[in-house]
Ligand binder design. Structure first.
Ligand SMILES: [Zn+2]
Length: 187
């Protein structure tokens, strides 16, 4: 779901206010006023984002019987640009909303293990491909030849894994499941 117009507008306004502030002279009363406007614009962005997260999580839990989330390893992304966008987008806040709304509506809900290699598995045949750099958006499974959109494939894997977790009642992978392999690799 793309971010809605009102959120983009709030973000644009914030940038504009920040630019205005940077042009004001230090110690001037105009600078104080500009600083207040920046603070207000920040709050408006936060409100707009929360609003968007409410709408989005509401919709997802209305339209789906089961909801699965993947906890992004934000620490592992720290040195990438993605880390900033994950922080900015308030992913944690969104996942939290999704969880309580899913539970309140009696949906099946599962959180996939942080180490589950969702973007390394071919969702068509189960072949475990290696880690890929983040700029690889499309890849072809060397085993069955299926062409994958990275995110779409990862989404399917999260769904399979979520169903498995619901069925067995634990996020522990079957040995030597992909999760176990990922853990070994992480050590
Ligand atoms: Zn395959």
């Amino acid at each position: 779901m793309a971010s809605p117009k009102y959120l983009r507008r709030a973000e644009k306004k914030l940038k504009k206010r920040q630019r205005e502030l940077s042009r004001k002279k230090k110690g001037s009363s105009n600078r104080d006023k500009a600083r207040t406007r920046v603070a207000r614009a920040h709050a408006q962005v936060a409100d707009a984002r929360r609003n968007f997260h409410h709408q989005w999580s509401h919709r997802l839990t209305s339209e789906n019987q089961a909801v699965f989330t993947e906890t992004l390893n934000v620490r592992g992304l720290v040195r990438t640009r993605l880390a900033k966008s994950v922080h900015d987008a308030g992913w944690a806040q969104f996942v939290q909303m999704l969880e309580y709304k899913a539970i309140r509506r009696g949906r099946s809900f599962a959180k996939v293990d942080r180490h589950f290699p969702s973007s390394q598995i071919c969702s068509a045949c189960g072949y475990r491909d290696g880690p890929k750099p983040l700029n690889v958006r499309i890849w072809t499974c060397p085993s069955c030849g299926t062409r994958h959109d990275r995110d779409w494939d990862a989404g399917k894997n999260v769904r399979y894994e979520g169903r498995r977790i619901l069925a067995v009642g634990t996020t522990e992978p079957p040995t030597p499941g992909p999760g176990a392999l990922a853990r070994q690799r992480a050590r």
